[in-house]
Design a protein around this ligand. Sequence first.
Ligand code: CTP
Length: 449
Amino acid sequence: MTKVITYGTFDLLHNGHLRLLERAKKLGDYLIVGVTSEEYDKFRGKINVNQSLIERIEAVKATGLADEIIIEWYEGQKIDDIKRFGIDIFTVGSDWQGKFDYLQEFCQVVYLPRTKGISSSQIRTTSNSLKLGIVGSSTTIAKFITESSYVNGVRVAGVCTTNLMNLPDQLKNLDCVTTDYATLVRKVDAVYLASGPADHYQQIKYALNHQKPVLCELPLTLDVKQNQELLALASAKGVVLDFAIKTAYTTAYNRLIFMLKSGIIGKIVHIDATCTTAALTDFGATQPVNQDWNNLCAWGTKAMLPIFQLLGTNYREKKIITWLTDRQQHYDAYTKINFLYRNAEATLKVGHGVKAAGQLMIVGTEGYVYVPEPWWETEYFEVHYANANTKKFFYGLDGEGIRYEILSFVKAIKNKTANTYLDLGTVNAITKVCGDFDAGLDTVELTVK
Ligand code: CTP
């Protein structure tokens, strides 16, 4: 009996897949199809897959061509499968020509001509076509445009910025570059807001009232009542209002939160989150260029994330200690916040123009977690137990998490699903702290000479 094996993602199964499977089947008597897991696809940079693993397996099964279906979990698995299943022929489409010659050591390798004019990417792009408009400073815009190019079906069509002089070259060919927000909203299907937090409320309201979905950098606004009003408006209009904070979307951070919630270090008693930048291109500590984002809103939102996600939002009290370098604009170079909970406490330290190790430390009754700088875009963390027993975890990250954030937004618009990365409690708690800081509540000011 001749055994054949082939692999693929088989997202939105199409005629190219069918033809490949038919020809693969004819190469022998028994066909095994390896369907890639979500995890493995993410690892090899394929982040856009629309269907779940189960749906893709079901689709391959429904063709009636596979005698057996297996899951491809990891890099290098093909060699193991070929040996284990006693495979005679490995086959894939000619888009992989030469890439799998190394398998000739174990079986015959056949590249079948790829069917022209069709691919999963193409189907995803046509079914998802979304013109996105961005509001913010030039650095944020440039980064966002690069990242959105990794998401099928998303095209940045316009930007709204007050900083028209310093626009990067990549922006010059957009459909619309404007200083007028209403013009941008008219020209695009959805907006991403990286504008100053004080502008968010009006901008979100305007977009929602014009039926345009919004992805907004946290803090959503500086007042929890405004958050609630906007979320109610989004729900009444049936338009997506989603939250951007890149750290929440990275794989390593997500895994860490799930592990900690399932008790890997026992009860959490202390969290220490630090994010600082010695000097910034866009902000700068003592003479901020971008006055719209104070240090607490820019960095503090990220540092609050693990605290609220792990200890909850019902802290008993907080104390804000801050060094304001511009009192009129309420611009802080350094801010520390202590949160006191019934059974735990947490500290965040954030600085622009003040440099400390940007690490995250979480202390529990059975061990501690250490995430090195820059923990907010981490790929790696360590779990330390007694007796010097340490476990190390690594999860690859592409693009600081921004592309996953965009993808989640696109999926939310398409499937009308709620955000699974951030809950409203956390979003509102972040708003409350930023709002209290703005109003000088629970705050002690440092005098630095
Ligand atoms: N294939 C093919 N002809 C096509 C598309 C895919 O023969 N038009 C083959 C691939 O060469 C591979 C298998 O089908 O052997 C599974 O491919 P997969 O990567 O899942 O499909 P694509 O449509 O190429 O997906 P994407 O656009 O996401 O890369």
